[in-house]
Write a protein of this length. Sequence first.
Length: 280
Amino acid sequence: MFLSPFALIFLVYTAVPAIAALAISVSDLRGTDLRNPLAVNLVGLENYLRLFGDERFLKDLGNTAVFVVVGVPLTMVAGFALAVALNTGIRRLRGVFRTVFYAPVVTNVVAIALIWQYAFQADGTVNQALGWLGFAGPGWLTETDLAMPVVILLGVWRNFGTAMVLFLAGLQAVPEEVHEAAALDGAGWWARLIHVTMPLLLPTTLLVSVLLSTFYLQVFDEPYLLTDGGPLGSTESVALYTYRQFGFGEYGLSSAASFIMLALVVLVSAVQFRILRPRT
């Protein structure tokens, strides 16, 4: 009885749409077919084969891989470093610092993207600061080699607060007696961090890693709002590709792309559980 409201919501808004999307992914449904459903045909894996033969989709897969490979470690390192600082180093105004560091997570992403666009324009605040130092600022959002780092940096800035809060909760759950015993055995602060704290944080590390990997594999807001996938598609993700295909009326193709993205999320999560779960 208590589970029935959640079960009903899950069925209506998650399970049924997911099953429908799976059916659409093996059909040739397009926007022009909505008035004549009988014109829709089952095409099997044709949409999936089209995607893997699409150079743009393959490029977007590579861009998404860069988001994950670079963004996840940077976000975890930033979040862990701040968590350690808040747990051991920063005593005064700790609550204020927690709020400040977590603020990007709950701030409206559209407002954030507008500020970042202004900051990284050719005449924005970043290049103005570089000019004061005697350097000529580049086109951060218009050069293919620089746009991706800026987008990843925005993702890290938006998400390190989540990693920080989770790591901080894990650090506070580590028994103080363990650190005291290690200190009595002669272990310094750094040795205790590496050999005591970090092994005990493996369950938290696994959770943070899975959550961040899921986010970066589905990254959409940052490239869409900051660069619109440009320049020349250098920051376009799989999620943004899926969105564009849906907007073009390619419902079957966009559904297939979304299920490929789902498969990537499941695969990456399974690998992380395989590597870290036994050690927790």
